[in-house]
Ligand binder design. Structure first.
Ligand SMILES: [Fe+2]
Ligand SMILES: [Fe+2]
Length: 294
């Protein structure tokens, strides 16, 4: 097992609460595309972050480094709160005409089938692949966390965010979550290289699966929301609207996402250098929801 660089920061769960009463579904005024681009995360995060916690729980007994053990526990607590917070937005959306219950049941089934304890329907243990499958799933989470860190950094550094004319409660939810993603950005990768070889070819194997599946699910979630949004007269075009939102500084470009995917494969990759924890803590200090939680 690899020894890990020690850091003193303690990952703290924050029991935030949001009041959704006045938040519209299209919460970036005049920009339904950006609104639904981010709204897709309300569908994706609750089941995927619950799955992160399940897999981390399986890996916890393998952790021999006490600081990493504490980080893993802090990570699981934060992710459980994130999933719950996004789930409450879905309840609010339901009251405004978007019923996502069937969609969420479909997503949970997909995750369970593809990423549960079975490989093609056969228990990994029976195939003698239990440990490899656990390592691989931890690696998938590390790859996913690389992207949530990139998104978190972008959300915290977007200097024009105040001019988006966006709902302040939704902005706070996304930036609080973004901040905690930056705060715990090292945990999944540290766990991955603690319990698995984490070499180039395994990471390449992970990335070739994670990127298309992420793009597919994000697109599907956006299309679902746009189809069911009672206030959306015409569905915006992904190919026209994404570049427009990138130019407006509201979304990450495909070039940046491709660059980040490549960086994850490099020998010297370390999530510590991907963002700065002080960026996260600065936002946490002024987040209305995190202040209430304190
Ligand atoms: Fe999260
Ligand atoms: Fe995370």
């Amino acid at each position: 097992m690899t020894s890990l660089p020690q850091e003193t920061h303690t990952i703290t769960p924050r029991r935030v609460k949001f009041d959704w009463q006045d938040t519209p579904i299209q919460w970036v005024a005049g920009d339904p595309f950006t609104s639904h681009f981010y709204n897709a995360l309300h569908l994706i995060f609750p089941p995927i972050e619950a799955w992160f916690c399940q897999v981390f729980k399986q890996a916890l007994p393998l952790v021999t480094d006490e600081k990493l053990r504490q980080d893993v526990i802090g990570f699981m607590r934060q992710e459980a709160i994130h999933g719950g917070a996004h789930g409450l937005v879905l309840e609010h959306f339901q009251a405004h005409g978007i019923d996502s219950n069937r969609y969420m049941a479909f997503l949970r089934r997909q995750i369970d089938r593809a990423l549960g304890d079975r490989i093609f329907g056969i228990p990994a243990r029976r195939l003698g692949l239990e440990r490899w499958w656990l390592n691989t799933r931890i690696g998938i989470i590390a790859a996913g966390e690389h992207f949530t860190c990139m998104w978190g950094k972008f959300a915290l550094e977007a200097t024009n965010i105040e001019s988006w004319n966006a709902d302040p409660t939704m902005l706070d939810l996304f930036r609080w979550h973004a901040a905690e993603e930056v705060e715990h950005r090292t945990v999944a990768f540290d766990l991955y290289r603690h319990i698995a070889p984490a070499g180039f070819f395994h990471r390449l194997f992970l990335m070739t699966g994670v990127v298309p599946i992420l793009v597919l699910h994000w697109t599907m979630a956006m299309r679902f929301l746009m189809r069911h949004d009672p206030n959306l007269a015409r569905r915006p075009s992904l190919f026209r609207e994404w570049p427009r939102a990138v130019r407006a500084g509201r979304l990450l470009s495909l070039r940046k996402i491709a660059g980040a995917s490549w960086r994850f494969l490099l020998r010297g990759y370390d999530p510590r250098t991907e963002a700065d924890t002080s960026l996260a803590l600065d936002y946490i200090a002024r987040s209305p929801a995190a202040s209430t939680a304190r």
